[in-house]
Ligand binder design. Sequence first.
Ligand code: DLZ
Length: 203
Amino acid sequence: MASTALKGPGETPKLDGSGLRIAIVHARWNATVISALVSGTKKALLAAGVQERNIVVQSVPGSYELPYAVQRVYAASTVQSSTAGGVSATDLLASMSSTDLSSTTQDKTDMSRSPFDAVIAIGVLIKGETMHFEYIADAVSHGLMKLQLDSGIPVIFGLLTVLNEEQAKARAGIENSSGKSHNHGEDWGNAAVELGVKRRAWA
Ligand code: DLZ
């Protein structure tokens, strides 16, 4: 029976993610919340059958860096690893260390095996006293949308834009004062699987 919930993506279709390669690119600002979101995302990917070795995790300092990093991580996955006498983009990415905020295994696999089927961009923007929040939220939203339309690769919007830490926790499955919490990372993992599978069908 279809879900009657007002909010959320409704009933998640049961899709087989076992043939997919997915990248998670996350910011490190607001680390506790990011860590929970990355864990929730990985949990959903694994539950859908995506293999651990086909989940690549990379990090950047803040959300502003997400569009550029998503673009480079995806581009590197489409390039063959061998370059004559030089360091390829894939070698470079494979050698980059990604801060292990989530205690998840950081991927050390060959980035060039096949292009990613979807990339999940995760960041947490918490509004401060200045206009920083608005500028970064606007730039990142537009950057990620442009990227997915220009490249044809689904880019999942895992950017929380919240007014305070309590709101961020409530969306990351972390206990907060209201007691209600849902990990949006799980929705993002499911969205990546659905779009990754559908992208192949729509190709
Ligand atoms: C500078 C900044 C501020 C004030 N707040 C956040 C935030 O809440 N979340 C986030 O992901 N990043 C923040 N940043 C950092 C910027 O995204 C970016 O990393 C720096 O401006 C360097 O380009």
